[in-house]
Ligand binder design. Structure first.
Ligand code: FE2
Ligand code: FE2
Length: 290
């Protein structure tokens, strides 16, 4: 659970018995125009090369990853009878489509800087090809589990450690803040579709274990590939700084572990992690919305 103050209505009273309430939060259709100009340094996050390479290489996987999320959820659109959830599917697809677009721009910038964008893409495309050969249920479940990761990453930047965004170049902070805001807004869409159609939590939990292994391994590999290009993978100072980024008590790993584990709790729903208050603050601060 986040430390954010609860709004006037508690989540438990809002959620209906199936665990979903589509009026819980508004999903906005926004179009952001970002410019990745030459004044952005290669190391744009807290003077920390390894941390920068983690998020830069993660960005490379997003456009294709987001398109797979959209496909896997939209596949079931006609089997959803609730018009409110149908509308949320469309809003979810719009938001993920916009993320794909803006991260492609960042990826072009990274490619022009000489980072091995295409090597990461090749790796990712192989995996997506394998994923697309799986059953539609497995593809949807994998999206649900990936969306839990994006939701807890979003909460890390919005609620747990918003000061981390201040350590980024302003244009990158805007990108990650906007993406985090929308990941938080739509965090239950894929989950609600899956629960409406399958409701099979044991299967979801098994795929979460698989997804955890996959995401950790791929992110580490891709980060190392990027850090090799700049030589930071072999510099003791960068390595120590990078290890501390992951090991410190306020790191993404340690501060998000309880939320990650809550996925396996019986009856879990993404909105049990209630970050509506910090979401409103971030909307105002980064997007000028009231
Ligand atoms: Fe996204
Ligand atoms: Fe998402």
């Amino acid at each position: 659970m986040s430390d954010a103050p609860m709004s006037d209505t508690s989540v438990s009273s809002i959620l209906n018995p199936t665990g979903s309430d589509h009026s819980l939060i508004d999903l906005h259709k926004r179009k952001l125009e970002l410019v990745f100009s030459n004044d952005i340094p290669d190391v744009w996050y807290d003077n920390n090369p390894i941390a920068t390479m983690l998020w830069a290489s993660f960005s490379v996987t997003l456009p294709e990853g987001e398109r797979q999320f959209i496909r896997s959820v939209r596949h079931f659109e006609s089997r959803v009878n609730d018009p409110a959830l149908q509308e949320r599917i469309r809003e979810f697809a719009f938001q993920e489509g916009q993320h794909a677009k803006q991260h492609s721009l960042l990826n072009d910038f990274l490619r022009a800087r000489g980072f091995p964008v295409d090597a990461v893409l090749k790796d990712l495309n192989k995996l997506i090809e394998k994923e697309r050969a799986l059953s539609p249920k497995a593809q949807l479940a994998l999206t649900v589990t990936a969306e839990h990761f994006t939701a807890i990453i979003a909460d890390f930047f919005l609620t747990k450690h918003p000061e981390e965004l201040d350590k980024m170049h302003p244009e990158l902070a805007r990108l990650w803040a906007w993406h985090a805001i929308e990941e938080a807004e739509h965090k239950s869409v894929a989950f609600d579709v899956y629960m409406t159609i399958f409701g099979d939590r044991a299967y979801l939990n098994r795929l979460m274990v698989l997804q955890t292994w996959y995401i950790s391994w791929q992110m580490t590999r891709h980060m190392a590939l990027f850090a090799k290009t700049t030589g930071d993978l072999f510099k003791p100072k960068s390595l120590v700084q990078g290890l501390w980024y992951f090991a410190k008590p306020s790191s993404l790993i340690w501060s998000s572990l309880p939320d990650y584990l809550s996925f396996f709790r019986p009856g879990f729903h993404p909105w049990h992690i209630d970050n509506r208050a910090t979401l409103a603050l971030a909307r105002s601060r980064y997007l000028g919305e009231e």
